[in-house]
Design a protein around this ligand. Structure first.
Ligand SMILES: C[S@@+](CC[C@H](N)C(=O)[O-])C[C@H]1O[C@@H](n2cnc3c(N)ncnc32)[C@H](O)[C@@H]1O
Length: 424
């Protein structure tokens, strides 16, 4: 991480030298760090906005340039990302607080403040605390050095914010002076707070965290009116997120007990948020109840990670038509069935997004099922322990008639995970 930070600063400076507008996003921390870029780029793609990230990216501050962006569009994309905290435009960047501001700083400020506005100036410190006096001292220094003549200060309700960000976690520390455009507003914050699992009416041991469920929906690039299918729906936590963005949802699971619920059911979770109830089927993925080819906009799911027995029996005994056992499947077969199903049911341009348990260490596309016409777009890692984690796999269906789905390797991540957890 430390070696290239100077390189990153230099690149941002070069863009400023060349009169490019450089934007920054603070993702608010290292939490879900590996999902920041995939989520942002997926959200941009859904909004038909092109951005170019200044590489290398070191969380939590990401820099990018774009030709198509206005402040409104920037707010639109940032408000759709789960992890963005605030964002703005860079006026100057350096690795020493005493450095002169970038030569373009004054000009940028003048352009930004073409009309007299009320403003506030604040500092944000990442990774440490600073004395208030020190912050004030730095702020007044940068204000003087940049030749910024304050229009009219208004700290409680300013029309614009100037911001001095210190990223003390990075080595070397970076100092960014910029115009804070906004922090993420209600819709996403509201989803994250109101839809948090502890408040959910119907939950199970493997219900998906609501932020991750929304990251999955964003990687799948779903929008209102899309058809979304979760063939391992369980308590429907992924479908709650998909329905909340206006998708029409379908689900399936082979565990009749989870589909029926007990004191509460999945219906309660949807009623809780006044969302339409999805259409669920009792089914084994190997015999899917829904089979409409080239139809779904997205298949989003969290398959079981290990060898699983057949479906659990219903409590209503032999007379229950749901009582039969389904086949025993290995994770290897199950993933193959999933990718095959996705390659058939997705429309061209549709996406399959699902988790895969993996040992930590080397991993590349050759560890994943390959299928001509199904492009692997992303596979970011979420670490779950010092030995293993899970990757969020995203396939894009590129043509109607796809090739055969197959594994490329003999030893698969499932086998390695089984070894790690002590299974034969
Ligand atoms: C990791 S959980 C998914 C949890 C779900 N995302 C939720 O929010 O509750 C995997 C689910 O897949 C179901 N399942 C396992 N094997 C299956 C199969 N062969 N066909 C259909 N469902 C299966 C399990 O019953 C379980 O509910």
């Amino acid at each position: 991480k430390h070696l290239n930070m100077d390189e990153q600063i230099q690149k941002v400076q070069q863009y400023l030298n060349n009169d490019k507008i450089v934007y920054y996003i603070n993702f608010g921390g290292l939490y879900f760090e590996n999902f920041h870029v995939p989520e942002l780029l997926s959200v941009c793609s859904r909004n038909s906005i092109q951005i170019q990230i200044v590489e290398p990216y070191f969380a939590p501050i990401l820099f990018f340039i774009s030709n198509d962006l206005t402040q409104e569009l920037l707010s639109q994309i940032c408000n759709q990302c789960t992890q963005v905290m605030y964002y703005g435009q860079v006026a100057s960047i350096s690795n020493k607080i005493d450095d002169e501001p970038h030569p373009k700083c004054k000009q940028l400020i003048d352009n930004f403040y073409s009309e007299p506005l009320t403003f506030s100036m604040q500092s944000n410190i990442i990774g440490d605390v600073f004395q208030h006096e020190t912050k004030l001292h730095h702020l007044s220094q940068i204000q003087q050095k940049s030749g910024f003549i304050a229009p009219k200060a208004n700290l409680s309700n300013p029309q614009s914010h100037l911001q001095l960000i210190y990223d003390l976690q990075s080595d070397p520390t970076i100092f960014i002076f910029g115009f804070r455009i906004a922090s993420t507003e209600k819709p996403m914050r509201k989803f994250i707070n109101d839809f948090a699992l502890p408040k959910r009416k119907f939950l199970g041991p493997t219900s998906m965290d609501n932020e991750l469920a929304m990251i999955m929906c964003n990687l799948a690039q779903i929008k209102a009116g899309d058809f979304v299918y979760d063939p391992f729906c369980g308590t429907c936590s992924i479908l709650v997120a998909a329905t909340s963005v206006g998708a029409q949802c379908y689900g399936g699971d082979f565990d009749i007990k989870i589909l029926r619920g007990k004191d509460t059911t999945y219906v309660d979770s949807f009623n809780q948020y006044k969302l339409p109830i999805p259409d669920l089927n009792w089914q084994d993925i190997s015999k899917p109840a829904i089979y409409k080819k080239n139809f779904f906009d997205a298949i989003i799911c969290d398959p079981p990670y290990m060898i699983r027995a057949g479906s659990r029996k219903s409590s209503q005994g032999k007379n229950d038509k749901f009582a039969q056992d389904t086949e025993v499947q290995t994770a290897k077969e199950l993933y193959l069935q999933l990718v095959k199903l996705a390659s058939q049911l997705l429309r061209v341009g549709g996406r399959a997004v699902f988790w895969l348990a993996v040992p930590l260490g080397d991993f590349d596309e050759s560890d994943l099922i390959q299928c001509e016409g199904m492009k692997i777009e992303w596979f970011p890692l979420q670490k779950l322990s010092s030995k293993y984690g899970r990757r969020l796999i995203c396939y894009l269906k590129q043509k109607e008639e796809v090739g055969e789905c197959r594994y490329m390797k003999e030893i698969l991540c499932f086998d390695k995970i089984r070894e790690l957890v002590g299974l034969e």
